[in-house]
Design a protein around this ligand. Structure first.
Ligand code: SF4
Ligand code: SF4
Length: 71
């Protein structure tokens, strides 16, 4: 199992949201907030620390864009 992020789908790019259709343009950080081990940070882009990730799948479920996969 490996956690991956599709940067074509994630709406957070260059430190800002580039899509408003999810209704969370300013606060699309559900992935960051839900991660129980603080493995996700949102900087210029969303970054996932694979060393910290425990593969719980919470971020996959919460992302409105389907940008995160665990496979
Ligand atoms: S799968 Fe779980 S532990 Fe891994 S980055 Fe997502 S929320 Fe965090
Ligand atoms: S919840 Fe999904 S779309 Fe929103 S910042 Fe996280 S990965 Fe990107």
């Amino acid at each position: 199992m490996s956690i991956k992020i599709d940067y074509d789908k994630c709406c957070w790019r260059d430190g800002k949201c580039v899509s408003c259709d999810c209704g969370q343009s300013e606060a699309c950080n559900g992935c960051v907030e839900i991660c129980p081990v603080q493995a996700i940070v949102r900087k210029d882009k969303v970054e996932i620390d694979k060393e910290k990730c425990i593969e719980c799948g919470a971020c996959v479920a919460v992302c409105p864009k389907g940008a995160i996969t665990l496979e």
